[in-house]
Each structure stands twice: as structure tokens, then as C-alpha cells.
Design a protein. Structure first.
Length: 408
């Protein structure tokens, strides 16, 4: 089957949408399918085009057998509203134009961001080719959760467009059971919704010995390293983590390693200076192939989101990569994500934005060697059940079903 996949993010970007799309597409190519990805020049999250690329109207490359078409878009950093909306809309337009020229049997469009789905829907209508909507984020619901936009006619319009996308898509693939339940409550979509959760590339994320040289280079030898590796965005509430670090400053064994980039990085660096933190190290992002080196030196993998009912349905993809390397997880996310961690015994969960709960669960994890080893075993079981190769095959089954429906 020939698959056209529209996505705003793709390697060398290293965020969750880019990783999921690339790892699925790579497996589909190995299965004998022809995959074309339309994306933009890599620039997330700083809004600066990566070295070796240019923001051109059209450029092509092949990555692990995947045909990658990069189109022009208005590039903006991952913060603010107006410029990001222009960014999203511009990619929607240019990806649509590029998609008109690609021979394909099926169109897949993924969110975030939502305007990519509009491009996929329009291509499906113009070319009379079925399309599948992959829902990684309930947008625009998620932007309301982080306070990025006020309620108003624009949000209501986007919600109307969102409903039209769900209605027209041949299949809807969501990443959590909670997303499926929410969509079922909002419309007659149950017959077309499939769940394919995020997972772990176990070829890349597997247990490794701690690199003492890297620990020494970072000044972390002899420390219990609590690490957050990922986007430093509005949803992640890392100012709360810095305040927890301040409360733990007297316990000199603990050190926080925060690695990544995003909309809140400058504010977080400023807060670190204001709090005069000596137990927090910020590190710039590294290429995806190097991330596992840094995960491997962690004693505790930190996953955190701000407290919001919207995030009860979210399963952060970092869960699976950390579990693959058997790093026990300390998580401040409730709902479906918490159920996964607790059912596998892969870590401890604290109440989001509750400092007392954070410190209590951290101690419960690090002060009890038996509990810590139990969590490592839980991580091993979790990673095995969420192997990305298995999930890619599962998603392909749903795509083939969408294609077969075309012939009826």
C-alpha cells in the first residue's frame, strides 16, 4: 500500500510526534509498504531551522526508506499564540499543495497540530482518497488546559472543524483509552475509533551501565540523579519541580538534571537564578540517538504535567522510553498514565503540583532498595508490552482496514 503521512514534526526533531511517526513509518517500509511523509523544515521547539536544512518550498530526502518531502512554512518558536497559529496554518496550506502531487492509496494526518488534520481532510475530499486521522492531542481542548487562549469564537470554530474531521475520517486512531472514551461521548464515532498507544523503541532504549565518564563530565558522580528529559513547555509545570528542588537542597545526595528546550526555558533559567539553586543542572537538547546515554545515567525519571482535568487522558511518551531503560519513574500525572505506572509497579506517582506529595514519593522510591528494584522489574514488563514494533504492526492493520473500506 502507498501511504501519504502528513505531520508537522519529523526527525531530526526529537519530540514525541516526530519519534512516533518515524518509528512507525520505518516499520511499515520494512513490511513492504511505500511511505511518503510531508513535513516542514526541522525547527522545533526553538523556531530555528536545524543545521543542514533550509526553509524551502520543496526539498526531498530519504530516511530509512521513507520518502520525506519538506515544504515551506512560516516558522515560529514553540511559544505564544498568533505566530504559532500562522505557522500551523501555513504548513496546512503547503502540505496540501504538495500532497496533490503524491501518488497514494491512503492519507494519514496526525495531530498535534490540528491544522495538519485539515490538510489531510481537504486532500481526501479533492482526490477521493480515504484518510485516517491520528489524534495525539485533543486540540483545541489542550490549549485551553494550559491557558494559552481564552474561550471565544475562534475556539468554537476550531471545535466545529474538529468535529467535521472526526466525521469525515475513515478511521480515527487515538493514543489513549481516555481519548477514545471522550470522542465516543462527543459523537457517533465508536465504530471508527482505534487505540494505538505510544511505546518504546527497544533497539534504542534498553538497560545500559551508567557512564561514569558522563556523570563526571556533568559533575554528578555520587549523586542520586533525578532527570527530566523532554520539552520545557507550558504544560509541564517545571517551575513546580524547581521549587521542590529548593525544598530538597539540604539533602545533598539529590541532584536534578533537566535536559531539553521549549517555551518556558528562559523563565526556568531565571527562576533557577532567583532561587539560587545549587542542585539543578540544565542541559541543552541532544540528538535522538544520544538521548539514551543521558537517560542511562538517571536514578529516577521525572515525568510531570500541570494539574488539569484535561491531562487525565494523557499518557506521556517518556514513560515508555524510561521504562525501556529500566529507570524507575516518579510521575506527577493522574488519570490513565497513573494507572499504567501503578498497574506495572514501574514507579511512584505524586499529586501534581503538591510539594509534600512529591517529596514523600521521592523518598519512598529512593530510600527503599527493595522498592526501587521492584520498580525496575515493573519497567521491564511495561516496556515489553509497549514495544514500538508491535504497535506499528497494530496500526498498520487499522490502516489496511481503512483502505479496504474504500473498495466496498
Amino acid at each position: 500500500m502507498r501511504i501519504l503521512f502528513l505531520t508537522d514534526n519529523f526527525p531530526p526533531e526529537v519530540n514525541a510526534p516526530a519519534t512516533r511517526t518515524y518509528e512507525h513509518a520505518r516499520e511499515w517500509v520494512k513490511m513492504g509498504h511505500e511511505v511518503t511523509v510531508i513535513t516542514c523544515a526541522p525547527n522545533f521547539p526553538r523556531g530555528k531551522v536545524f543545521q543542514g536544512y533550509k526553509n524551502r518550498w520543496h526539498q526531498e530526502e530519504t530516511i530509512d526508506g521513507i520518502r520525506v518531502i519538506r515544504v515551506w512554512s512560516f516558522i515560529a518558536p514553540n511559544r505564544g499564540i498568533v505566530k504559532r497559529l500562522i505557522d500551523f496554518i501555513s504548513f496546512s496550506v503547503t502540505s496540501f499543495l504538495a500532497g496533490l502531487r503524491v501518488k497514494t492509496d491512503l492519507i494519514v494526518a496526525t495531530s498535534p497540530q490540528f491544522f495538519t488534520a485539515l490538510s489531510g481532510r481537504a486532500l481526501s475530499w479533492i482526490r477521493r482518497i480515504p484518510w485516517v486521522m491520528e489524534v495525539r492531542d485533543l486540540w483545541p481542548e489542550s490549549i485551553k488546559a494550559v491557558g494559552a487562549a481564552k474561550l471565544g469564537p475562534f475556539i468554537r470554530y476550531f471545535e466545529w472543524e474538529e468535529f467535521r474531521c472526526y466525521k469525515s475520517a475513515r478511521k480515527i486512531i487515538v493514543v489513549t483509552d481516555s481519548f477514545r472514551d471522550q470522542l465516543v461521548r462527543r459523537g457517533n464515532f465508536a465504530h471508527k475509533i482505534e487505540v494505538v498507544k505510544n511505546g518504546c523503541n527497544r533497539d534504542l532504549f534498553h538497560p545500559v551501565p551508567k557512564e561514569s565518564e558522563l556523570l563526571q563530565q556533568l559533575g554528578l558522580l555520587g549523586k542520586t540523579v533525578i532527570g527530566y528529559i523532554g520539552t520545557l513547555g507550558m504544560a509541564h509545570k517545571l517551575d513546580f519541580i524547581l521549587r521542590c528542588a529548593k525544598a530538597l537542597e539540604a539533602e545533598t545526595k539529590y541532584h536534578f538534571l533537566i535536559m531539553g528546550d521549549g517555551a518556558k526555558k528562559e523563565e526556568l533559567l531565571q527562576l533557577k537564578e532567583e532561587l539560587q539553586l545549587t542542585n539543578v543542572t540544565f542541559h541543552p537538547p541532544v540528538p535522538k540517538q544520544q538521548v539514551s546515554r543521558y537517560v542511562g545515567i538517571l536514578d529516577v525519571a521525572l515525568i510531570n504535567l500541570r494539574r488539569s482535568d484535561t491531562f487525565l487522558s494523557v499518557i506521556p511518551s517518556k514513560i515508555f522510553e524510561n521504562a525501556g531503560m529500566e529507570i524507575p519513574i516518579l510521575m506527577g500525572v493522574q488519570g490513565e498514565a497513573q494507572k499504567i505506572i501503578e498497574s506495572y509497579g514501574a514507579g511512584r506517582c505524586f499529586i501534581p503540583e503538591n510539594e509534600e506529595s512529591f517529596i514523600k514519593e521521592l523518598h519512598a522510591l529512593t530510600d527503599n532498595p527493595a522498592e526501587y528494584e521492584k520498580c525496575k522489574e515493573g519497567c521491564q514488563k511495561l516496556a515489553a508490552d509497549f514495544d514500538r514494533k508491535v504497535l506499528a504492526r497494530q496500526m498498520m492493520e487499522h490502516l489496511l482496514q481503512a483502505y479496504e473500506l474504500r473498495k466496498r
